[in-house]
Design a protein around this ligand. Structure first.
Ligand SMILES: [Zn+2]
Length: 257
């Protein structure tokens, strides 16, 4: 009896899944032209971004400099609120067939820095590795190697940001659980920023916090080159670029170092 009930539930679930898939398929195509959820709810079609997710061929044609320009332009659109409605339901299905992102971003965990939005990118466009203080360890380095060497991304962006809690905690030398180990990876930036610094070297000094943030981005870029011979070689051959940037909280602008 119990088995019968379970079987019936399974059948109902399958039937519902099938119904929902059918509605999606029907939704996606009409007159051989993609019809989007966005247009259906009233956005003019011209304002909806092209459905196309980056293909392997398109990715191969990109250079590191082109990708950097695309991200800079995307950030400009973000700061000007000149955003395009994305056709996510269509892109989700298209991206399911494979991914060929153009860049990989190492960002802080901070909830105020939504990386895809910051560069006005969507599904399948960029890889994002997030960890408090945008530092690297062997796992993050492995992820970057996967993004560039295996998946063909052309650009690594190390993205720090203003008012970073991880940077402030590293300056304050906070000791708490696993946070202690994490902050130890930011401490070299505190040491670097402190050198020859005349002002107040505490987390209350905004200028000092920003200097540590900038130096932390630079040190993370150095760590990548030092601890990943694969990425160093790719950079030396011009196959990828490694750049650093800082996100400004009040404006949403990313300044590349
Ligand atoms: Zn942060």
């Amino acid at each position: 009896m119990k088995k019968l009930v379970l079987n019936s539930m399974l059948f109902i679930s399958l039937a519902m899944a099938s119904f929902s898939y059918t509605s999606c398929s029907r939704h996606a195509k009409a007159n051989n032209e993609p019809v989007t959820a966005a247009t259906d709810i009233g956005f003019p079609k011209k304002e909806v971004l092209n459905n196309s997710v980056l293909s392997a061929e398109e990715q191969a044609k990109l250079t590191p400099d082109t990708v950097l320009e695309i991200l800079k332009q995307g950030n400009k659109e973000f700061t000007e609120d000149n955003l395009t409605v994305r056709n996510n339901t269509e892109r989700v299905r298209e991206a399911a067939l494979g991914q060929y992102p153009k860049a990989v971003v190492v960002s802080c965990l901070d909830s105020r820095v939504p990386v895809e939005d910051v560069f006005h990118r969507g599904i399948g466009d960029i890889f994002v590795a997030r960890v408090a203080g945008n530092v690297v360890n062997p796992d993050i380095l492995g992820s970057l190697e996967y993004a560039c060497k295996v998946s063909g991304s052309k650009l690594i962006v190390v993205l720090g940001h203003e008012h970073c809690g991880a940077i402030k905690s590293a300056i304050d030398d906070v000791k708490l659980g696993n946070i202690t180990t994490l902050l130890s990876k930011i401490r070299p930036a505190v040491t670097m920023a402190s050198k020859d610094y005349e002002g107040d070297k505490t987390s209350k000094n905004k200028a000092f916090v920003q200097k540590v943030c900038d130096d932390n981005v630079k040190l993370t870029m150095e760590e990548i080159r030092k601890n990943s011979p694969i990425l160093k070689e790719m950079e030396d051959k011009g196959e990828i670029k490694i750049v650093g940037g800082v996100y400004h909280m009040e404006t949403g602008r990313v300044d590349f170092l």
